[in-house]
Write a protein that binds this ligand. Structure first.
Ligand SMILES: C[S@@+](CC[C@H](N)C(=O)[O-])C[C@H]1O[C@@H](n2cnc3c(N)ncnc32)[C@H](O)[C@@H]1O
Length: 360
């Protein structure tokens, strides 16, 4: 398959759209909200209100309600802190970034409803289509960068997943698997190092000195552990069933790999230190159980999880394997997920990082 994947979250508000399937991301955002508030407060304490205009960006915002809660948290925290310090609240310009294929129309339709309910000072919002693996803003213009659950998407499928003879090295799998040869993990890590370094370099040019990046990324102490790989193992198993039913060619499965990597906290820390533009103010890992406890129906639980995978793989799957297999593939994935969720509790790990741009 071609190196650049056509990453495109499902649009609108339908069953498999991102806005209907962002509950896991919502869970993650509510856990990290206190640290987000602290980071914004500390910007104001450092005197950032004197800029009179705060430029804030949400990178990889997608279309769901999570973006609105980020806007709300940042806005309320700035207002509260300025009131506490008895200083004038700066105006806030929010930039909402995602890839050009993102459903910005749904995002801005939702935003106008959100604005109607918002109290306090008004704010400004603008869409910025483009990849965060490169420059998006002029030099020295950003004050605060937010990104939740987006930086584990790679700019391309890692190089080096085929041998010199052109044979697939990750045969029968779609991501690092507990049985993949070490070269597969190395290829994924190398691509992540390249992408994340470029991300940091770009932000270091765009942020003002002392400006801050707050981000969460999916990850785990051991990127080859079951925590990181299990869902894609099941996904590959579902595709393999389609191969055995003659609906998909084996070679198609062998040549499909996701452009996605869940790093360890040490890998993240190492890349930040090597790149050298940022000081790490905070780095922690946290995890939560996958599954909706209120949902007693195990099939619905599996279906919800399968939908949360579908919203960002559907366009890739249609493109690589053909649109006609998509429903069947996700039915199979749901069945395998239901069986897995019945066997054991699944934990999703994440890393939360706050960086400040080194002065000078
Ligand atoms: C799982 S969603 C997270 C959305 C939202 N931040 C949240 O927490 O709910 C990941 C988003 O990252 C976006 N994304 C992936 N790679 C990107 C890139 N290189 N530049 C900008 N956005 C990207 C995807 O299009 C997707 O909308």
């Amino acid at each position: 398959m071609e190196k650049k994947q056509a990453l495109d979250m499902n649009r609108g508000g339908g069953e498999s759209s991102y806005s209907q399937n962002s509950k896991f991301q919502q869970k993650r955002s509510s856990i990290t909200k206190p640290i987000l508030e602290n980071s914004v407060q500390s910007l104001i304490s450092k005197g950032f209100h004197l800029h009179k205009l705060l430029n804030v960006v949400d990178l990889g915002c997608s279309t769901g309600p999570n973006t609105f809660s980020v806007i709300q948290t940042v806005k309320e925290t700035v207002e509260k802190k300025c009131k506490e310090l008895n200083c004038q609240t700066p105006e806030i310009q929010f930039y909402l970034n995602d890839l050009p294929g993102n459903d910005f129309n749904s995002l801005f339709k939702g935003l106008s409803g959100f604005c109607d309910q918002t109290q306090g000072e008004s704010f400004y919002a603008a869409g910025v289509p483009g990849s965060f693996h490169g420059r998006l803003f002029p030099r020295n213009t950003l004050h605060f960068v937010h990104s939740s659950c987006s930086l584990h998407f790679l700019s391309q499928v890692p190089k080096g997943l085929t041998s010199n003879e052109g044979l697939p090295l990750n045969k029968g799998k779609v991501y690092i698997s507990t049985t993949s040869p070490p070269v597969v993990r190395e290829a994924y890590l190398t691509q992540f190092q390249e992408d994340f370094t470029l991300f940091l370099k770009s932000r270091s040019e765009e942020l003002v000195p002392d400006g801050c990046i707050f981000f969460t990324i999916r990850g785990s102490a051991d990127p080859t552990s079951k925590d990181c790989c299990w869902q894609w193992e099941l996904f590959a198993e579902a595709i393999a069933e389609l191969v055995s039913e003659g609906l998909v060619e084996e070679g198609k499965l062998d040549s499909f790999n996701l452009a996605y990597y869940l790093p360890s906290p040490e890998e993240v820390q190492d890349i930040v230190e090597k790149e050298g533009s940022f000081a790490i103010e905070h780095l922690e890992t946290f995890s939560f159980e996958i599954g909706d406890k209120q949902e007693k129906d195990t099939w619905s639980q599996g279906e919800k999880f399968a939908n949360s995978m579908r919203f960002y793989t559907e366009s890739l799957i249609s493109h690589h394997f053909g649109e006609e297999i998509v429903d069947k593939l996700f039915q199979k994935t749901t069945r395998l997920l239901v069986e897995e969720l019945a066997k054991e509790t699944i934990i999703a790990g994440s890393i939360l990082v706050v960086l400040s741009r080194i002065l000078g």
